[in-house]
Design a protein around this ligand. Structure first.
Ligand SMILES: [Zn+2]
Length: 469
């Protein structure tokens, strides 16, 4: 580390001697992207399902040196992609020590640095800025001001005797402070129009206007923004010149397949260091959770303008796992395996993340219940053909009934498997493990599937579910 530091130029003179050639941020991003493509590096690790859609477009935009606006509903990894752009920057970049706008040592733009270099010359000190420090982002909210984004007159500096017209009295905002880096504005249409004008003037004309005072500030920033497509297209939300400034408009989307949704769920669910309880989630349970989200994204009862985020899938997945963990710990069972009776607990992780078209609170539970039933039916019918299960159904004709509950131990289900002829065969379709907890989950799935296919009746009694004919 120390040796490395000794080798790194520490003054403008040393930097010049090292042969350093500064390039614009767009040049730098493009150069590194090309290198990473050649080396077959994963440029957007952890981004699932965008390989043939979003990612090629992002690469094209970077190769073109274009500012980018991502259009998409919430929870489509827009922020994540924006932040991953940092990986395309050089690991470190030399800047003049103490500069507020990351000045390039070889051609500073701020007055303080220009003055400094004029007196110190090649002895002017530089520092190496890590790439993480070259990224800024801001959520557009009504209370953002020009001072936040661009800058303001610093009253302390004025009090020190500077004149208002003196460039040295400027306190720079977020964008100048991200000079030679990447700046992202989330929900761009929510940015007040006068700020959009200020932003445009800054980016296009290198022109800063603060309290009637003009200043030229030729910044070098890659601008990235996100917006909900409906806000974006509705007229008047973004001033046209600013809209034109973004060279690339990239539409994001929700995972197209249930498999992609599941990959994200497995990748993103919160994991704990001290996992005292082993968790096993059968594939059909993962499919049900993912399918619920996919159905919600098509449901007329759900507000599609705000969308249904993958975070709904992730939170629901965490919830059913936790319900299974709670059961396993309570009953002293070895493995936590989520099952059908755990699904109603998803109400806590779904509502609040989904906006309904109607405002009645009581409808939330009903709508989620309907969507859940539909999802279970779809997944069940992927695995089973009902005629092949008729032998199981027939056994219920004589008044036979089976009870399930989220608090019931796995052993009770093992009895069902023994009592019900052909149940063991039916379970083999979806579960090849011998573990009781896993078998319990499979039994619930088969019974619920038969019910949803109208082969068995289901009644709820307290916390219990009873299947009979
Ligand atoms: Zn400077």
């Amino acid at each position: 580390m120390a040796a490395e530091r000794r080798n790194k130029p520490e003054t403008i003179g040393e930097l010049k001697a090292s042969g350093y050639k500064p390039v614009s941020v767009r040049e730098e991003l493009r150069r590194n992207l090309i290198r990473m493509i050649r080396e077959k590096k994963d440029i957007f690790p952890g981004i699932i399902g965008y390989n043939d859609t979003v990612i090629p477009q992002v690469k094209n935009a970077i190769l073109s040196g274009q500012d980018i606006i991502f259009l998409g509903e919430r929870g489509q990894a827009k922020s994540r992609i924006m932040r991953l752009l940092v990986n395309l920057l050089d690991e470190e970049m030399p800047v003049i020590r103490g500069c507020e706008v990351n000045d390039n040592p070889l051609s500073p733009i701020c007055r303080a640095c220009r003055d400094h270099v004029a007196t110190e010359g090649d002895a002017t000190e530089i520092v190496w800025l890590p790439r993480s420090a070259r990224y800024g982002e801001k959520l557009a909210t009504p209370d953002i001001t020009i001072a936040d984004l661009i800058g303001d007159v610093d009253p302390i500096k004025v009090a020190e005797g500077r004149y208002l017209s003196d460039e040295l009295t400027i306190h720079y905002g977020l964008i100048p402070r991200t000079n030679r880096g990447i700046f992202c504005i989330n929900e761009l249409p929510d940015l007040a129009e006068r700020l959009q004008v200020g932003l445009f003037n800054l980016m296009e004309e290198s022109d800063v206007q603060i309290r009637g005072y003009h200043l030229r500030l030729p910044l070098d920033v890659l601008l990235v923004a996100s917006a909900n497509p409906e806000d974006y297209t509705s007229r008047g939300r973004i001033i046209t010149p600013l809209k034109d400034r973004y060279g690339a408009q990239i539409r994001t989307h929700y995972p197209v397949t249930v498999e992609d949704e599941i990959t994200i769920m497995d990748q993103e669910r919160r994991q704990f260091q001290s996992d005292e309880v082993e968790v096993f989630v059968p594939k059909y349970m993962k499919e049900i959770v993912a399918e619920i989200t996919h159905l919600a994204r098509k449901s007329p009862d759900v507000n599609q303008r705000s969308g249904v985020s993958v975070r709904v899938s992730i939170a629901n997945y965490e919830t059913i796992i936790s319900n299974a963990v709670r059961r396993a710990v309570t009953l002293g069972e070895k493995v936590a395996v989520p099952r059908i009776t755990d699904l109603p607990f998803m109400i806590a992780s779904t509502t609040g993340k989904i906006e309904l078209e109607s405002f009645e609170d009581t409808r939330e539970e009903k709508i989620l219940d309907e969507i859940t039933r539909k999802a279970v039916l779809i997944v069940f019918n992927r695995y089973y053909q009902i005629p092949k299960l008729e032998e199981i159904v027939l056994q219920f004709n004589t008044g036979f009934a089976v009870e399930t509950s989220e608090t019931m131990g796995a052993k009770a289900y093992l009895r069902n498997v023994k009592e019900i002829v052909r149940m063991a065969n039916a379970i083999k379709v979806i579960d090849d493990s011998e573990r009781p907890e896993s078998i319990a989950s499979a039994v619930e799935f088969v019974l619920e599937g038969l019910h949803l296919n109208k082969r068995l009746n289901r009644t709820k009694l307290g916390g219990k579910v009873i299947y009979r004919r």
